[in-house]
Design a protein around this ligand. Structure first.
Ligand code: TYC
Length: 123
């Protein structure tokens, strides 16, 4: 087959090359680049003591909304009663906020002043 007279395609511009930094001894120095994204922080749901909410109600709430068995829920309730507060669970921000809403709604409906809140872990 006869070759056609074709022009060579223009050479593409060279890729930008990052010339590595070197120290005085000529060794390549790598630059530490900070991660741009942080993993989302976790939130703990803290339940607070009061003088009026029955212990049995708190135990049921902890079992129902925080997935604890009777023994674990009773231990958490007693810690709240004795220390003034305790962590019921640790969740993503949205889930923790939902747990707080569920507890406050259940307490309000039952006429108890039980309070809880969510806060970042290591607050
Ligand atoms: N202190 C309450 C009582 O003696 C019991 C209680 C425990 C209330 C935990 C709230 O988050 C709480 N009846």
């Amino acid at each position: 087959m006869e070759r056609m007279a074709t022009k060579k395609p223009p050479t593409p511009p060279p890729n930008p090359v990052r010339v590595p930094d070197r120290d005085e001894g000529g060794s390549v120095v790598l630059e530490r680049v900070p991660l741009k994204t942080k993993p989302p922080g976790m939130y703990q749901v803290v339940m607070l003591n009061d003088d009026y909410t029955p212990m049995e109600f708190v135990v049921v709430v902890i079992q129902e909304f925080f997935g604890k068995d009777l023994e674990a829920a009773t231990a958490i309730m007693l810690k709240i009663h004795l220390d003034g507060k305790a962590v019921c669970g640790v969740y993503s921000k949205d889930v923790a906020a939902t747990k707080v809403d569920q507890v406050l709604e259940a307490a309000h409906k039952a006429g108890h002043p039980l309070k809880c809140l969510s806060e970042p872990v290591d607050f």
